[in-house]
Design a protein around this ligand. Sequence first.
Ligand SMILES: [Zn+2]
Ligand SMILES: [Zn+2]
Length: 331
Amino acid sequence: MSRTRHHHAPARARLIWLVWLAWPLFALVACSATPDPAPTDRPYALVLGTAQDAGLPQLGCRALCCEAARADASLRRLVSSVLIVDPRTDQRWLLDASPDLAEQVELAREHAAPTAPGRPALFAGIFLTHAHLGHYTGLAELGREAYGSEATPVWGTESLVSFIEGNGPWSLLVSAGHIETRILPPGNTIELAPELTISSIPVPHRDEFSDTVAYRVQGPGGALLYLPDIDQWERWPLPIESVLVDVEHALLDGTFFSADELPGRSIADIPHPLISESIRRFSDLPRRERAKIHFTHLNHSNPAATPHSPAQGAILRAGMDIATGGMLLPL
Ligand SMILES: [Zn+2]
Ligand SMILES: [Zn+2]
């Protein structure tokens, strides 16, 4: 008898120790495995990507920023893109067609994905901000070599639409009927569904191939501003603060944290508001205004892309945060 007790006591102690030691691990797994449930009765935005046009890791970068993301997939960031989902009508719209589109369609498969056989429309429409690498080249995935979509509406400004219609390979998507271009002039609003509208707002940004817009999506319970690229807050006739007041969520250009991220290249050649400057600019806003701001479009070099980094800490202390893939924003 005493022998049995003697045998069981250390086993119990070992079990208690094991649970004690492993508890933080269970807690961690439980946290990461339970994202916010998607609303079923109102529209929402699903963040599909939060990196600058070339993604994280970026082609050929052998620095820690990208080698760490190659070693640990949780550090990867897909290219900036947002899905607007309306569970009331089972429709969804894409803001920007990134080069990561194929992977992003899989991320979005639980969110009003089409179920009809064949090749149903993946999106009720695609809204493009401008014609730079990260924002429209995913359209290629709709062509005959890939999904072969049928007449997917693609919205943009007049200059963006004429760029797509006038230049291969994009023009082939139009002539072969995979996409149907539609012009949404800056400043205009269209209705996507009852109590769900989208407006485009002109934004100053390098305009080699097209001008640039931001999108404002208004749902029955809130609005989202999607503004992944802008040269400078000061170059925008609209004060960003006046746009912020009118929305509940703002995904804002957070390409670079500071000017010393790109040794050998001048930030003047690729102007963006630095997050460190944005923090200063927004520091006088009331806390509820700052809480609307989620920085996105992070360059691979941006230290704020790394969880628990001092740069990320500075953003959080300033009452703002960094967008992450899978983030849900109710509208
Ligand atoms: Zn961009
Ligand atoms: Zn890198």
